[in-house]
Each structure stands twice: as structure tokens, then as C-alpha cells.
Design a protein around this ligand. Structure first.
Ligand code: FMN
Length: 336
């Protein structure tokens, strides 16, 4: 019997749970087609950044002011020139081109941190044809006067604002650093999120000691990077039974995908492995997932999804402090 790999994510019915994560590969039409040919279930486009939108808005404003002094009567034409030749325009064009080129769902991505005017541009991404929107909130809290509650409210306000601007499904991609992840997650859903992407991979600066400058090199993940999202998806699935949860960070192999599904992910999002092995790796991952299920006589992804989440007593200890004591006892120190 062939295992049924289908899954649902924020109302999108997908043939299997492997999605191309937000990254420049999906911003390239040829690559997007190759991903579709390899069988990817959906694709998240690279993010449009708050800074890009704000920058374009400022440029347009300056352009209007200068021009209007000479040709006051021409002011009425300017609204049509808004965002001319901007990052935003290119992004909207790409959504349209992507929708025309592939038939898989295309998820647009907005990346920002402040609840400002840029948020209303979410409407434009929907109008351009995006099937859903992923909001990546990348906020580094550095102000000692701001409490955890202030920061969380800030996220929630952003989610509410974006949700008001669109009617397509909205997912929120966040990092792992919250004092009470389950509580915050449930408030994100209350604020209007239809799904969560767990987790955003934060990039940290390093220092070049020769030049004493900060460097920002992006390194690709390994399967070890999966453990943080693995644990939290397992806990969240236990608490939020019907929430749409996407796993990302460190998913490199079929085994990684299976593990994320076992703890309760609805879909898995991959980026690094696409860079390492090319888009064609997707078909290997799909075949691998099917074989894994069939060899163990699972009928479907749905049947195994969440079967190892934290709700079940047998698995609870692994989530509680990750069996900390046991790990320490079993640790075999390398010979030095
Ligand atoms: C080159 C590169 C660019 C990325 N750009 C974005 C982006 O624009 N927006 C975003 O939300 N995530 C971005 N990501 C993060 C990925 O979507 C993904 O969440 C992360 O890489 C973890 O998945 P992985 O372990 O499969 O690489 C990027 C990742 C890579 C490798």
C-alpha cells in the first residue's frame, strides 16, 4: 500500500510536507521551476524587508517634494508613481511572475520588527497573488527598560496589524527566545496568526581580530540545529492541538523530516540543504519519507504526525529539561 503523504498547512492542502523555505533560491524563477519539478509542495519567497519599504517610501516622498515645487499642478499624477522602480515593485512583480510560472502555492514573506506604515504593504502582496503570507519578526530586544511583556505585546500588535491588512492565511516566523513559549504562541494565534514557523534562524555577528571589525558570515545549518525547534514543536503540538506548525532550521535529511513530523509539525521548510545538494534533493526527500512510512506500516503522514508530542506521558520526560540528568550520565567524554 502506498503511504498517503498529504498534509494541510493554514488551510493549504499539500501533497506532502516538504516546503522550500524563504531564501534567495525561491526568488529566482528558474530555480523555483526546478523546485516545482523536483516536487516541492509549496515555496516561501525571500523576504521583503521593512527597511526596503521604508527606504522606498522616503525616496518617493523626497521625489514628490522636489518635483512639486516646479510643477505644482502635476501633484495629482504622483500617487501613480508611488514605489516606482522600487524593491517593493520588484517584489510584487516576482510574486506575479512566480504565480504565472508554477502551480504550487506561493507564500510571500515580510520581514520586519516595528508596527509602522510599512505593514499596510501586506495588502499589496496579497493583491499580487500570494497564496499566504509569512511574517518574519526579527526583533533584537536591547532596551533594559522594556519588559518581556512589552516585547510580546509589540509582536502581537504587529500580527494584528498585518492580519487586518489581508485575508489570505498569515504565518508568523519567530525565534526561540521567549520565557513562556506556549503562552506566547497561543496569544499569537489569538492575535490572528493562522500558523507559526518554528524557528527563525537568528544570525549572530563575529569579530575579525585582524581588522577588529564585525563580520556577518552566513553558515548553513546541520541536523544538530534541529533540536531546538524539535523540542518546542513537540511541546506546542501538545498544547495547541489544531494549530498549523511549520518546522524550520537544521532539516537536512529524510530522518530530520520524519522527526519533525513525529513531534507534530504539519510541514517542514528547507533552505540549507537546497544550497548544498540542489533543488533535486526534494525528490529524494519525498521518496525517503514514503519509504520510511511504508517500511513501518504507517498509512499516512497524518497517522504518525504528533504521535511523539509532549502531550503523551511516555514522551514527557524527554521534553522536561531534555532528560538532562540522563544525558549527563550517558555522556562519554572524548579522550584528550
Ligand atoms: C541564504 C539564505 C537566505 C535566507 N533568507 C531568508 C529570508 O529572506 N527570510 C526568511 O524568513 N528566512 C530566510 N532564511 C532562513 C530560511 O528560511 C530558514 O528558515 C533557515 O535557513 C533554516 O532552515 P535550513 O536549516 O533548512 O537552512 C534564509 C536562509 C538562507 C540560507
Amino acid at each position: 500500500m502506498t503511504a498517503d503523504l498529504s498534509t494541510a498547512y493554514m488551510g493549504l492542502q499539500l501533497p506532502h510536507p516538504i516546503i522550500a523555505a524563504a531564501c534567495p533560491l525561491t526568488g529566482d524563477l528558474d530555480m523555483l521551476r526546478r523546485l516545482e519539478d523536483a516536487g516541492v509542495a509549496a515555496a516561501v519567497l525571500p523576504s521583503l524587508f521593512e527597511e526596503q519599504i521604508e527606504h522606498d517610501e522616503m525616496e518617493n516622498h523626497r521625489f514628490r517634494e522636489t518635483y512639486a515645487e516646479a510643477f505644482a499642478e502635476a501633484m495629482t499624477y504622483f500617487p501613480e508613481m508611488d514605489e516606482y522602480n522600487s524593491g517593493l515593485d520588484k517584489y510584487l512583480d516576482h510574486i506575479q511572475a512566480a504565480k504565472a510560472s508554477v502551480s504550487i502555492p506561493v507564500i510571500a514573506s515580510l520581514n520586519g520588527s516595528t508596527p509602522g506604515g510599512w505593514v499596510r504593504y501586506a495588502t499589496r502582496l496579497q493583491e499580487a497573488g500570494a497564496d499566504a503570507l509569512e511574517l518574519n519578526v526579527y526583533l533584537v530586544a536591547q532596551d533594559s527598560q522594556k519588559t518581556a511583556d512589552d516585547i510580546e505585546r509589540h509582536y502581537l500588535e504587529l500580527v494584528r496589524m498585518v492580519k487586518e491588512a489581508i485575508s489570505i492565511p498569515l504565518s508568523v516566523k519567530i525565534g526561540p527566545y521567549f520565557s513562556s513559549m506556549p503562552n506566547f504562541a497561543s496569544r499569537l494565534f489569538d492575535a490572528g496568526a493562522d500558523g507559526m514557523v518554528i524557528f527563525n534562524r537568528y544570525l549572530y555577528p563575529d569579530i575579525n581580530l585582524d581588522t577588529r571589525e564585525f563580520t556577518t558570515e552566513l553558515t548553513l545549518t546541520t541536523s544538530d540545529d534541529m533540536r531546538v525547534p524539535l523540542r518546542w514543536i513537540g511541546i506546542l503540538r501538545g498544547e495547541l492541538l489544531s494549530a498549523s506548525l511549520a518546522a524550520t532550521s537544521g532539516i537536512n535529511t529524510t530522518s530530520d523530516i520524519v522527526k519533525m513530523l513525529l513531534v507534530g509539525a504539519d510541514v517542514t521548510m528547507i533552505a540549507g540543504v537546497l544550497y548544498k545538494k540542489g533543488p533535486e534533493v526534494v525528490s529524494e526527500l519525498i521518496t525517503g519519507l514514503r519509504s520510511w512510512l511504508e517500511e513501518r506500516e504507517y498509512e499516512s503522514v497524518r497517522q504518525m504526525k504528533g504521535s511523539m508530542c509532549a502531550r503523551f506521558a511516555a514522551y514527557r520526560p524527554a521534553y522536561d529539561r531534555a532528560n538532562y540528568m540522563e544525558m549527563l550520565v550517558n555522556f562519554a567524554a572524548p579522550d584528550v
